[in-house]
Structures are given as structure tokens and as C-alpha cells.
Design a protein. Structure first.
Length: 405
């Protein structure tokens, strides 16, 4: 790993001194950065998720990453787990070393535009040096990931064409796509919980669209499966561009391009009980984990809890039920916010701590959760109140990294 020993003490002090400024203006700086980036390099719209730009999620996530890097510029190893998490996404999106100087140039210009006279030559010079070090850390980590991906059996770099061999409606809002490579060559195994990037060209949109979707079944040598929720627009946000296209325009026999599996939200091999908590379409990586754990760790105690608005939007229900029915070590629970049929679920309302304590034997377990941000915040809060150990709490955001506090 590249270290900060190349930075002089004055540069480190200057960068760390800007941390309070970044905390105050971080999102404004990164919002301006993306404006500059796409104006100066419109071709990068083919890589970055434009929906996340409009929602403000991507600038906020970048601001948090920059803030963390600045605060730890003298000990970047402290943020290596975050670096690796972002690097997985970068590898999946085919980010290359040549992209980093473009990002650095526009980020420094954004700092000058937002901070104005406060962005002194000394500060910009220090940040230019620091950015070079930070970029090298990402490039080194990503280089290793590219090599591992390419060298894996059935692995590939960039994008590979897959045929949609089956399209299955799982609920009113979730549809599964079974995908097999057009070249009929092997596909790599993957770790339960990982995702792929789907790349599509939509006739009404001038740039290529890329979205990351969790693989929703256990690893196998024949096909990948993604289970996609059709994202309905709310407030000022339009419908999900790619999810709508997949639901309405992609049919069996059609072809889409995928990157190789990536991600670090993966099932551990511990012996302690496993608790999988999903909300909405957050069930996709956790269903993969469920199908995998009963095969690889047949004696491990497993609790699968799914929360949804109602039974009409509950996807992959039969797949989970089949696993639970066939394995005595698996217990499955359903929580619906709205439920006319009391027999259709185990709880009406929301997952809360008293209910968790009533269905789980103890807090000594590995907890994995994924779903909408409010759901994840509620679960995280409940687990903290129950004094679950930090190392036993695992989660993943769909999209840019958020904040559970």
C-alpha cells in the first residue's frame, strides 16, 4: 500500500487543518466537482450514475470519502476498509488509472470555486500533493482487484455479453433475470452477497447507463440471477431509468452486458448463528447468502427475517420458503407493514428490538442487513441498543455509501 511518507510535515498539517472546512462545505465542493467533471468530460456520464447525481447521493458520498481521507492523511491505512469497498465499485465500473488525474484536476478547481479566497495557494498545493497519494492508494488496490478478477476461472475484465435465458416476475415490483454468457464459456464463482454491474444502451438516453445489482442466488456454474425492483419515482425524482428499462423492454432472448462479480458484503464462515434481515429488495444479497449457507455450512443456525410493505411486493418468497422447509436449522419470519391476512406474516408493522428479542435466542450472532435506508437505520439502532458487537454487524447500502447514525 502506498504510504504518506512522501508528504512533508507541512503538507500533512495543512491538509488536516482543512478538515473542519470540508465538514462544512464538503457536499457543496463535491456537487460543484461533478458539475465541472461532466461539463469538461461529458464522456464520463457513461460511467457515473446520473440518477444518484440528481438525488445528491453521489456528491454526499464523495464528500464523506474526501473528509475521511483528509482526517487520516497521515495514516491512510485507517481507511483501507473503506478504500477497498469503493475500489470494488470502481473495478465493477471499469474505472482506470487514467481517470484519477481528471478527477483530481476538477476536484481542486471545485475547492477553489466554493472556498474562493479561503482556498489559498498553499492549501491547493497541499491538496494536490495529498490527492496524488490518495489516488495512488486506490490505483494500487484496484490493480490487484483487476488482476484477481482476470485470473479467476471464468473471470474477465470490462464487460461480457449475457443472454437473458429466463425472466420471472417475483412480485408486483420485483422481476428476476437469469443470465447466461453468449460465448457459453465458464462463469466465475462468486461470494454470496456480491453484485454485478449491468450496462445498457437505452434509446432515449444519450449516454450508456450502468447499474449495480446484487446476485440473488447461490453461486453456480450455469448462470447469474439478478432480481430487480422497478423503482417508482417519488417527489421530484423520476422513475428508475435502468430498472424500468429492464422490466419493460428487456425480454427472454435479449442480450445485456455485465461486469464480473464484485463487492465485500459477503457471508462469513463463522460457526455462530447467522441472522439475515432484509427490507424490500434488500433481500437479493441475503437470499444468495441463505441459499449458500445451508449448502456450505449445513449445521449453522440461521434466522431469516424479511420486512416488506405487503405480500404483493414481497419477492423471492417461494425461494426462501423452500430453503426453510427443507432445512431444520433455518427459521424464517415475515413482517408486513400492512397485512389484511394475519396468517400471511409473523408480525404486522415494523421490525423492532422487542420483537427481535422475542424470536432470536440471543444477541450472540452474526447480523447481516440490507434494505431501504430508514429500515437499515432502525435495524442498526436496535442492534446497538441490544449491545451486539460491532464486528458482528454487517450491512450494505444500495448505491453510494450512506450514514446509519
Amino acid at each position: 500500500m502506498t504510504t504518506t511518507t512522501q508528504l512533508d510535515v507541512k503538507t500533512i498539517e495543512t491538509v488536516k487543518a482543512t478538515v473542519p472546512v470540508l465538514a462544512e462545505h464538503g457536499t457543496a465542493i463535491t456537487s460543484r466537482f461533478y458539475q465541472l467533471l461532466f461539463t469538461n468530460h461529458p464522456e464520463l456520464k457513461n460511467i457515473f450514475n446520473q440518477s444518484n447525481q440528481k438525488k445528491g447521493k453521489q456528491p454526499e458520498a464523495l464528500a464523506n470519502a474526501v473528509y475521511a481521507a483528509a482526517a487520516n492523511i497521515d495514516q491512510l491505512e485507517n481507511i483501507l476498509p473503506v478504500v477497498k469497498q469503493i475500489a470494488h465499485k470502481h473495478r465493477s465500473l471499469n474505472i482506470k488509472p487514467e481517470h484519477y488525474p481528471i478527477v483530481g484536476e476538477n476536484l481542486l478547481k471545485a475547492m477553489q470555486d466554493v472556498l474562493k479566497e479561503a482556498a489559498t495557494d498553499e492549501i491547493i498545493s497541499a491538496w494536490a500533493k495529498a490527492y496524488g497519494i490518495i489516488a495512488d492508494v486506490f490505483i494500487d488496490v484496484e490493480k490487484e482487484m483487476y488482476q484477481q478478477t482476470e485470473n479467476a476461472l471464468g473471470g474477465w475484465i470490462g464487460y461480457r455479453n449475457f443472454n437473458v435465458i429466463q425472466k420471472v416476475k417475483e412480485s408486483d415490483v420485483i422481476t428476476s433475470f437469469y443470465l447466461k454468457p453468449t460465448d457459453n464459456k465458464p462463469i466465475p464463482t462468486y461470494q454470496a452477497g456480491q453484485y454485478v454491474t449491468v450496462k445498457v444502451d437505452i434509446p432515449s438516453i444519450p449516454y450508456t447507463c450502468q447499474r449495480q445489482y446484487s446476485l440473488s442466488c447461490k453461486p453456480n456454474s450455469e448462470y447469474f440471477r439478478i432480481s430487480v425492483k422497478k423503482e417508482e419515482g417519488v417527489a421530484n425524482h423520476p422513475d428508475g431509468v435502468v430498472s424500468t428499462y429492464l422490466h419493460e423492454s428487456v425480454e427472454e432472448g435479449d442480450r445485456i452486458a455485465l461486469s464480473a462479480p464484485a463487492g465485500d458484503f459477503v457471508l462469513n464462515d463463522e460457526k455462530k448463528p447467522l441472522v439475515l434481515l432484509s427490507g424490500g429488495v434488500g433481500l437479493t444479497p441475503l437470499t444468495s447468502m441463505l441459499e449458500t449457507v445451508v449448502e456450505q455450512q449445513p449445521n449453522r443456525e440461521v434466522y431469516y427475517i424479511h420486512a416488506a410493505q405487503n405480500k404483493e411486493v414481497h419477492g423471492l418468497k417461494d425461494a426462501v420458503k423452500q430453503v426453510a422447509d427443507q432445512h431444520d436449522n433455518v427459521r424464517s419470519f415475515i413482517v408486513y407493514e400492512n397485512c389484511d391476512d394475519q396468517g400471511a406474516c409473523d408480525k404486522v408493522g415494523f421490525v423492532d428490538l422487542p420483537w427481535l428479542q422475542s424470536v432470536l435466542p440471543s444477541n450472540e450472532a452474526s447480523f447481516y442487513f440490507c434494505g431501504p435506508e430508514p429500515f437499515m437505520k432502525a435495524i442498526n439502532k436496535a442492534l446497538k441498543e441490544w449491545n451486539v458487537k460491532d464486528e458482528d454487524i454487517h450491512y450494505e447500502f444500495f448505491g453510494p455509501q450512506g450514514d446509519l447514525n
